[in-house]
Design a protein around this ligand. Structure first.
Ligand SMILES: Nc1ncnc2c1ncn2[C@@H]1O[C@H](COP(=O)(O)OP(=O)(O)OP(=O)(O)O)[C@@H](O)[C@H]1O
Ligand SMILES: [Mg+2]
Length: 364
């Protein structure tokens, strides 16, 4: 049986014109790590706060461990939450902020000490242990907020962008710490982020939202390889998937700006006769410039002039205009094209996606 169950959960704020969350359905297994992702304002925090009990549920049912939670008080739901706007007690030290909840729960003092020491250590807060929040940086405060939640041994952890104020390096190390922590504690976790890398690397399953509506639920690679629609395809993966308005003529793709690209019969046949109002999508890493690949996929060969480059160290991004749309190819670091260079490239046919232009649904 699923541990947390959301059934047609809706939220309409009292003065709002429309729902902030509409018909959210999800079954979360015990010990699962779920990430909610989506652009700003899509309803991630609202959904999390309804699960926590800080926001009324307008419609639908929420179950935790088989029990209906809609009317249950937050403190009786058995959850620990790290808020997006974490509020620390200003007059308490880091240590006291972390241990305060345990004291309230009448945990024995040696256990409070053991847990606080552990949290302070793994969050790298030893140096700041006796400081008050006003003398901490935003990232340090965020770690205190995280500490306050992780000492509680809750069966459910809800985290709302807990790493958003950390610098890039700390973010990566905290990402690992949270994943490790999750494996050790085995708590069912819902983690809200708008950072798709965080979602991809940490979550067992990802829920992608847009305008209060779930777009797709799946394992990270499922979303990457088999996006349900253009929104998901564009949201997951960096740089973003390239999209082109195209038509099909026999076995040939016709781009808006006139280029043509013959594709193998087995790919065209999957369109089941649809020839118009199509969007072709291909990821940057599936556009190839090396001679072996150009030879292998020579039917799809095209050319363009490089307009910008991003040298990432481990790889390069080449930007150019093709098919009536801005295009980015992710190439190896040994591919050192310069701005103004004319390049030849191919699309790997089996990696091409097609979307219905009207519904934006992914055809394959
Ligand atoms: N108290 C409120 N009253 C009215 N509308 C609200 C309230 N809180 C949030 N909203 C609206 O509900 C929608 C969803 O907000 P929510 O905070 O859940 O988004 P989010 O996905 O967490 O975004 P972000 O990534 O920016 O944190 C937004 O359109 C927001 O303006
Ligand atoms: Mg939010």
């Amino acid at each position: 049986m699923s541990y947390i169950q959301l059934k047609n959960i809706c939220k309409k704020y009292p003065n709002a014109e429309k729902n902030s969350v509409t018909d959210f359905n999800l079954e979360i297994n015990e010990k699962e790590f779920i990430a909610f992702v989506g652009p700003s304002g899509c309803g991630k925090s609202t959904t999390l706060r309804m699960i926590a009990g800080f926001e009324d549920i307008t419609g639908g049912e929420l179950y935790i461990d088989g029990k209906l939670m809609n009317q249950v008080l937050p403190r009786d739901r058995g959850i620990a939450m790290v808020f997006q706007n974490y509020a620390l007690y200003p007059h308490m030290t880091v240590e006291k902020n972390i241990s305060y909840g345990l004291k309230n729960m009448k945990v024995p003092s040696d256990e409070i000490k053991r847990k606080t020491d552990w949290a302070v250590k793994i969050l790298g807060l030893e140096e700041y242990r006796y400081r008050k929040p006003k003398n901490l940086s935003g990232g340090q405060r965020q770690r205190v907020a995280l500490g306050r939640a992780i000492v509680k041994d809750s069966k459910v952890f809800l985290m709302d962008e807990p790493l958003s104020n950390l610098d890039a390096k700390l973010r990566v190390s905290m990402r690992n710490e949270i994943s490790k922590l999750h494996r050790e504690l085995g708590s069912t976790t819902i983690y809200v982020t708008h950072d798709q890398v965080e979602a991809m690397t940490m979550a067992d399953r990802i829920v992608i939202m847009k305008d209060g509506i779930v777009q797709q639920v799946g394992k990270p690679l499922e979303l990457y390889e088999h996006p349900a629609n253009k929104f998901v395809a564009g949201f997951i993966g960096s740089p973003q998937m390239n999209f082109y308005n195209v038509q099909i003529d026999k076995n040939t793709v016709k781009f808006e700006s006139g280029e043509t690209m013959p594709l193998p019969e087995n790919i065209i046949s999957r369109l089941e006769g649809k020839t118009k109002d199509l969007i072709l999508g291909i990821r940057g890493e599936d556009i190839k410039l090396e001679s072996q690949n150009i030879e292998l996929y020579k039917e799809t060969k095209q050319s363009a002039v490089v307009e910008n480059t991003e040298v990432m160290g481990n790889e390069n991004n080449l930007y150019f205009n093709f098919g009536g749309a801005p295009t980015v190819a992710r190439v190896s670091k040994y591919e050192i094209s310069q701005i103004g260079d004319k390049i030849d490239f191919v699309f790997v046919p089996s990696r091409i996606h097609f979307f219905d232009k009207t519904t934006e649904e992914c055809l394959f």
